[in-house]
Every structure is written in structure tokens, then in C-alpha cells.
Ligand binder design. Structure first.
Ligand SMILES: [Zn+2]
Length: 326
């Protein structure tokens, strides 16, 4: 007979204030699946021996955004043996059903519920559908009690790419300061949609930013390293990790984005690159049909900087071709 033993504690709720000083690895039993089995989320906690801010860092809310997940994992490794004031909790794989399918969505087993973008349902509902209940447990029993400030790691969706790009609600000064201290390429001053994890944090009094670590699905190591450095600087800025944060460099801070979307299906070739400045009327992309005939040319509707473009040629009607920020 062979058995598997796990030495990791399995928790249904976490109170980091009650934890002993040092590093901890847990399995968080967030919810049961339709077989009645517990779904476990890996959690790492770095509890300092001195008081300080409590920080929660999440990744993998969208399952196809792997550079965000890798940045969270590698940040945790950077914190090993570092002197911590306060506590850092890292939850790198929030959406296992999506991650296992390389998909943005949460996949319910309830036949009455469709796969959905779980980043529109925070902070969840304990009386709601499968995804809402999953999120309610995650929020109430793990995330919310563990944070004074928070960071949620993403990338652009599969088939498209971003630079190092931050969403921050500038009405929340601490969120603005975290965004600037990351030293990204671009910040969007954005109040955030209802149901987004960042919005739920800000509305509950916990300043939060969303970091977009480049392209969907495929790892971008230099971008991951910049993200880790930037997050360490944010931890230094808040005194959680010792040392001086890097000086803040100027970056593009925008309020308006314009998405140029495919007018019809076909194969799109982009003629611009990330962070390129374009003038109104400049050619952005050309689209062919399945016979190779050019069926569409996309031009900049206004002056701006290229914030995103497709990296997969195949474009369905309405899907993203180029996004500009101004
Ligand atoms: Zn995302």
C-alpha cells in the first residue's frame, strides 16, 4: 500500500496576527468542488518579528496570465530570510480551474452557470453561485483579514501584450504612490469597475494596485524581474522590507484609453510596437481574409501611445487590435 502524506497545514481561515514569526506555507481550503473534495490554494506567509504593515499579493485571478503568477512565486523566494516588519501574504494561484485550462475564466461545475471572469465578482456572495461563493470564502477567510495594502498581479489577455502597466485609482493616494514606486512604463489613473479585486480592496479601505506584467500566457522574464524589483521597492517604501527604494522615474500617466477593435474576422498584422507614439491617422495594422486579400486597414483615431497590440494574428470580430493611451 502506498499513501501520500502532506506536511502542510490545511486552513479554512487565516488570521496572520495569530501566526508565529517566520515563514509559513499553507494549503487554504477555499471551497469544495462538485465531488465534495476541498480545493486548495497555495499560500505563503512571511511574518515579521517587528510590527508593520500587512501586505497581500495575489496572482492568477485570470488563469492565462502566467507572468503574474511567476512574479508572485519569485517574489516569495526573494523574501526568504529577509527581515520583515509586519507581514506579507502571497496567494499566487487564485483561480485553479482557469489556470489548469490556460484560460482567463473561472470554470464552474454547476451546469446552470457559465464560465466567467471571476474578476467581476469580488468580494463575492456567500449565498450566490459557485464562483461568488468561492470568492466570498477567499475574501472573508483569507484575503481581507490579512491586508493593510494589496497588490493584484495580472498580464494582458492571451493573444495580446502590454508593457509594465499599472491600474491605480489616483483618488487613493497610497495606491498612487505604490503605482509610481513600481517604476512601470505606464499608469492608468482609473477608478476601477465594480467587482474587480482592486476595486473591492480600495472600497474596503485597503489601498491596492493592479499590475499588468506584459503579454498573456507566455513568460516574459525581463518584465517579471522588473515587477519583482518594483514590488520590493513598494515593500521598502512601506518599511516592510529594509533598505531604500529606487528613485521614482517618470512614466506615462494617462487617464484615457482608446481600443481599436477588429471590424471583422481575419488575420491582423500590427505595424506598431509597445510604447510607440503615433499621430492621428497613422497606419496601425492591416488585416487579410483567408484568401490573403487585404480587407481592412486600421488607423489611429487620435494621437497617443501604443499601450497594447495583438500578438496573435487571428482576430475575431470585436477583438483587440491596438490600444492607445493618452
Ligand atoms: Zn488579468
Amino acid at each position: 500500500m502506498k499513501t501520500v502524506t502532506t506536511t502542510l497545514p490545511v486552513l479554512e481561515s487565516l488570521d496572520v496576527d495569530q501566526l508565529e514569526t517566520g515563514e509559513h506555507k499553507f494549503e487554504f481550503a477555499v471551497a469544495t468542488n462538485a465531488l465534495g473534495q476541498r480545493q486548495h490554494l497555495p499560500v505563503r506567509v512571511f511574518k515579521g518579528d517587528k510590527p508593520g504593515k500587512k501586505v497581500v499579493i495575489t496572482a492568477g485571478v485570470h488563469g492565462d496570465e502566467q507572468s503574474g503568477i511567476v512574479a508572485a512565486l519569485k517574489l516569495a523566494n526573494e523574501l526568504v530570510d529577509k527581515a520583515i516588519c509586519g507581514c506579507v501574504t502571497i496567494v499566487p494561484a487564485v483561480n485553479p480551474t482557469g489556470i489548469l485550462r490556460h484560460s482567463r475564466d473561472f470554470y464552474p461545475a454547476d451546469p446552470d452557470t457559465s464560465p466567467s471572469n471571476m474578476n467581476r465578482y469580488f468580494p463575492g456572495n456567500p449565498e450566490g453561485n459557485e464562483v461568488q461563493r468561492f470568492i466570498a470564502s477567499l475574501w472573508s477567510n483569507l484575503l481581507r483579514p490579512s491586508a493593510d495594502i494589496a497588490i493584484d498581479l495580472h498580464t494582458q489577455t492571451s493573444g495580446t501584450t502590454y508593457p509594465l502597466y499599472v491600474f491605480a485609482d489616483y483618488r487613493v493616494d497610497a495606491a498612487k504612490q505604490m503605482a509610481l514606486q513600481l517604476n512601470p512604463d505606464v499608469i492608468l489613473d482609473d477608478p476601477g469597475e465594480k467587482g474587480i479585486l482592486e476595486t473591492a480592496w480600495n472600497e474596503s479601505g485597503v489601498p491596492c494596485i493592479t499590475i499588468e506584467v506584459g503579454a498573456g500566457r507566455y513568460i516574459d522574464s525581463p518584465m517579471v524581474e522588473r515587477t519583482i524589483e518594483g514590488m520590493l521597492d513598494i515593500l521598502k517604501m512601506h518599511g516592510v522590507v529594509q533598505g531604500d527604494a529606487q528613485p521614482i522615474q517618470s512614466c506615462i500617466e494617462g487617464k484615457n484609453i482608446t481600443s481599436i477593435k477588429a471590424k471583422q474576422g481575419g488575420f491582423v498584422e500590427c505595424h506598431v510596437s509597445l510604447m510607440q507614439e503615433v499621430e492621428q491617422g497613422e497606419l496601425l495594422a492591416t488585416q487579410m481574409d483567408s484568401f490573403g486579400d487585404v480587407i481592412e486597414k486600421y488607423h489611429a483615431p487620435s494621437k497617443g501611445t501604443v499601450l497594447s497590440h495583438c500578438v496573435e494574428a487571428l482576430r475575431a470580430p470585436g477583438s483587440l487590435v491596438v490600444r492607445l493611451i493618452s
